[in-house]
Each structure stands twice: as structure tokens, then as C-alpha cells.
Design a protein around this ligand. Structure first.
Ligand code: RP5
Length: 166
């Protein structure tokens, strides 16, 4: 396996059902990654050490998924200069609105690129990470263009099918 370029962290294994989409998407693009469960609250030292060592270990982008009081992405961002993508997870009393606000509302100077809640966010975090890596990788850029064309073709096909039903 190639050296991982993307580090995925989940606050809990209960985040996996959404975050498997992130893993699947990175696999589709052939991007090497690693994935771990660690928590800003339950394993704060482990999370801080992971973030502090990520750059020297060769990681380029970190993706952090957490729900409820979702501090994971922000804490990780506080310990690294690598770009951090935050994925708010659905669930809890507010079904993810709490996680969305906790992830996105970072103080100036410590950005977390926050994507959509839940399943769509898990996919989009992977695509955004690929877009970042593609800035210096022509092969990945070509794959992104191909993905866009495939999506376009799928919508055109759906539209054509709809016309036959009218
Ligand atoms: C967060 O709390 C996790 O990221 C998860 O989304 C949520 C609930 O965690 P569990 O109680 O299911 O482990 O820290």
C-alpha cells in the first residue's frame, strides 16, 4: 500500500456508517489514506499527538468526522498547519445541527473546511481532499474531470428517461 496522503479520523465508530462513503470515494480515485477512531473528548492526547505528527508523517490533508459537540476537527486544526476538512455527523437531539455549528464556527486563523452533514459530507470531504491533492497531480486532475463528465452523463440519462414518462 502507498504511503497515506489523507488521514481520516472519526470521533466514534458510530460515525463509520456515513464515513465509509469517504473511504469508498478515496478508493475510487486511488488515493492512499489511513483511517482511525479517536476523539477530542475521549482521547484528547491521542488526537493532539496524531495532529501534531501528521505533517512529518507525510499526510497532506486531514478529514475529521464528529457528531454532537463536534470539536474534533477544530482541535486537530489547532495542532497542525495541514488543511483540515470537517464532516458534521447527523444524530443526537438536534440531528446534526449542533455538530454543523460546532464544526463550522471556528475562530479566525484556524480554518476548518466544513462540508455537508452526514452522507453527502462524507463523500464531499473525499472529493475536496482529492481536489486539494490534484493541484499538484495531473493524474488526479484528469480523474476529477472524468468524474464530472460521468455525473453530467448520469443526469442527462435521468432527464431522457423522465421525458419518456411524460
Ligand atoms: C461524537 O459523538 C462522535 O463523533 C459521534 O458522532 C457522537 C456519538 O458518539 P458515540 O456515543 O456513538 O460513540 O463524539
Amino acid at each position: 500500500m502507498d504511503k497515506p496522503l489523507v488521514g481520516i479520523i472519526m470521533g466514534s465508530d458510530s460515525d463509520w456508517s456515513a464515513m465509509q462513503r469517504c473511504v469508498e470515494t478515496l478508493k475510487q480515485f486511488g488515493v492512499a489514506f489511513e483511517a482511525h477512531v479517536m476523539s477530542a473528548h475521549r482521547t484528547p492526547e491521542r488526537a493532539a499527538t496524531y495532529a501534531a505528527q501528521a505533517e512529518e508523517r507525510g499526510l497532506k490533508v486531514l478529514i475529521c468526522a464528529a457528531g454532537m459537540a463536534a470539536h474534533l476537527a477544530g482541535v486537530i486544526a489547532g495542532h497542525t498547519t495541514l488543511p483540515v476538512i470537517g464532516v458534521p455527523m447527523k444524530g443526537g437531539a438536534m440531528d446534526g445541527l449542533d455538530a454543523l455549528l460546532a464544526t463550522v464556527q471556528m475562530p479566525g486563523g484556524i480554518p476548518v473546511a466544513t462540508v455537508a452533514l452526514g452522507n453527502a459530507g462524507a463523500t464531499n470531504a473525499a472529493v475536496l481532499a482529492v481536489q486539494m491533492l490534484a493541484l499538484s497531480d495531473a493524474g488526479l486532475r484528469a480523474k476529477l474531470h472524468a468524474q464530472k463528465s460521468a455525473m453530467e452523463a448520469k443526469v442527462a440519462e435521468a432527464d431522457a428517461k423522465l421525458q419518456t414518462l411524460l
